[in-house]
Design a protein around this ligand. Structure first.
Ligand SMILES: [Zn+2]
Ligand SMILES: [Zn+2]
Length: 252
């Protein structure tokens, strides 16, 4: 109780010193009443933010354009069988969320990892529920990419999960590795993406995943090619089930 109130006081003090800035446009964020919306966007940017909410694809989690009707499989998921159980995201990869993710990844704004990680936590609780996964595995970067960027964006989003009293699964960043260098997926079509990423991942610690419900974590779900390859490797190593959680999903 005391610890929590000390923490609140400390945060209020830090906020007074450094009022939070919007991760998309850089404006100061006025103190807002608590809401389930992402806390790293200002009220203006929130107007352009779209949560990944129903009706959505039961498999890949992509929201449908029409706001009416039940969840169902999208055309892509009817056609191809992805190896993961299901994928879910917090929001649509567009507008301010896309800008915020770009700033996190390419402008080294790792201070955004904490508020954006908070958004991922909320999405995990909403879509999967506390305690539903045995472990979280961030999609790994190739060693060369990690040297270039300096950090793995998927890992920094969940790095505090271990301290959250069992609500969130432990994070095992060393379970899965990216063993083959691939050209960037940006600009490739769905089939090219699947081909480009094939065989890029391998489980290096099968003892960590065998018989487990694995939650694969990444920043963006685009065509699902990366998630599918990771799921393939994890299932081959004996994982019971692989679910996917991302900050954002691309509406295709
Ligand atoms: Zn803004
Ligand atoms: Zn789908």
């Amino acid at each position: 109780m005391l610890t929590a109130s000390v923490k609140v006081l400390k945060n209020a003090f830090l906020d007074a010193l450094y009022p939070p800035k919007c991760a998309a446009c850089g404006e100061f964020i006025p103190e807002a009443p608590p809401s389930p919306l992402p806390k790293f966007l200002c009220p203006d940017c929130l107007m352009d933010y779209t949560p990944a909410a129903s009706p959505l694809c039961l498999k890949c989690g992509m929201p449908f354009v029409s706001p009416e009707g039940p969840d169902h499989l999208c055309g892509g998921c009817l056609e191809k069988k992805s190896r993961f159980n299901k994928a879910r995201a917090a929001g649509v990869y567009d507008g301010p969320l896309r800008t915020a993710i770009h700033r996190l990844k390419y402008n080294q704004k790792t201070a955004l990892a904490a508020p954006m990680g908070g958004m991922l936590e909320q999405a995990y609780l909403n879509h999967y529920g506390a305690g539903s996964a045995d472990l979280a595995v961030p999609v790994p970067l190739h060693a060369k990419r990690l040297r270039q960027r300096g950090f793995n964006q998927a890992l920094v989003l969940v790095k505090h999960w271990g301290r959250k009293n069992g609500q969130f699964p432990p994070v095992e960043a060393g379970a899965l590795a990216r063993v083959r260098w691939t050209q960037t997926q940006a600009g490739l079509k769905a089939k090219e993406r699947a081909k480009n990423i094939r065989g890029a991942f391998a489980v290096v610690r099968p003892d960590l995943v065998r018989g487990k419900n694995v939650l694969l974590v990444d920043d963006v779900f685009t065509t699902g090619a990366t998630a599918n390859e990771c799921a393939k490797a994890l299932l081959k190593a004996g994982a019971k089930k692989v679910d996917v959680l991302t900050l954002a999903v691309v509406v295709r």
